[in-house]
Structure formats: structure tokens, C-alpha cells
Design a protein around this ligand. Structure first.
Ligand code: FES
Length: 164
């Protein structure tokens, strides 16, 4: 897949911004993931040159951290924990509801690219089970309150409202 000129420019700006900082590779990857929704191969190449590290090292960081993905994601990412504590407190039901609400397959992306929905392993917040994370915001006890669903509905409404 060829990246758009706009995406390439974004990557160049990110690389330029971080290249003289400490630990530039992770900073660059974080911003690319945030702005493009994934880490394309072209970004890894540019980061390798900009940070002056072998591309294998950049790829190693991408594969090590689950926050990075090499596949394009939807604009909003939802993770629902299916770890044991969450599962016994009904996270499968939560996952099913969110799947219907977002029109996204599990571990996939909705056709309109609005949402990616991933089932994850324990995210280390078992005391809040069942746990969902929407765009880095954590929702605990997510079966017994409507906060997550309200946030999803808000996104759908906002994204479908024409800009003035
Ligand atoms: S099992 Fe879900 S946070 Fe630990």
C-alpha cells in the first residue's frame, strides 16, 4: 500500500520533532501510531534513518509493544479485556454489545473505519473488572454502567454531525 503524501509529511514532521531527544524511536512510533492509526513500513524506514538505528531494532520495538500495530486501525480503538477476572464478570457480554453498537467485528475494524474492536488479555486492572479501554481511557465495571456505551454513542453522533 502506498502512503499518501500527507501521511509521509506527517511522518517526516514526527521524525524531525523527536530525532534529537532521548529514546527517540519510541516517541516517534507513539506519535505515528496516534496520528496514522498504525505504523506503516515506510515510517519504520524513516524512523530508522532519523534516529540512526538499524531498521531491525525499530521493528523489534514495534513487535514488542502491543500498543503498536502494523495494520491500519479505525479512528477509535476499543479494547475489551477477556482475561479471567473480566471474563467471569461478563466481559463476553460486554464485547457482544459493543460489537453491535460499533458494527465492528471482534479483532477487526468497522467498514466505515470508525472503530477497531479488540479482545485483549488481562490489562492489569482486574479490580475494575470487566474492563474496557476506549482511546486510552479506561472504563471499569463496564457492564454495570453506561459510561462506555455513552462514550461510543457520543463518538458516533459527533462523527456523523456535519462540520459547520
Ligand atoms: S482480567 Fe481483565 S484486567 Fe485483568
Amino acid at each position: 500500500m502506498n502512503l499518501s503524501t500527507e501521511s509521509l509529511k506527517k511522518i517526516d514532521a514526527i521524525v524531525a520533532e523527536h530525532k534529537d531527544k532521548k529514546g527517540p524511536v519510541k516517541l516517534m512510533l507513539h506519535d505515528v501510531q496516534k496520528q496514522l492509526g498504525y505504523i506503516p513500513f515506510e515510517a519504520m524506514e524513516k524512523i530508522s534513518v532519523g534516529a540512526d538505528v538499524p531498521i531491525a531494532e525499530v521493528f523489534g520495538v514495534v513487535s514488542f509493544y502491543t500498543q503498536f500495530t502494523t495494520e491500519p486501525k479505525g479512528k477509535h480503538v476499543i479494547n475489551i479485556c477477556l482475561g479471567t477476572a473480566c471474563y467471569v464478570r461478563g466481559s463476553q457480554l460486554l464485547l457482544d454489545r459493543v460489537k453491535i453498537l460499533t458494527n465492528s467485528p471482534v479483532n477487526g475494524t468497522s467498514k466505515d473505519n470508525m472503530f477497531s474492536l479488540d479482545a485483549t488479555r488481562c490489562v492489569g486492572a482486574c479490580g475494575l473488572a470487566p474492563v474496557a479501554i476506549l482511546d486510552e481511557q479506561v472504563y471499569g465495571n463496564a457492564n454495570n454502567n453506561k459510561e462506555l456505551e455513552n462514550a461510543i454513542r457520543r463518538i458516533i453522533k459527533e462523527e456523523n454531525t456535519p462540520q459547520a
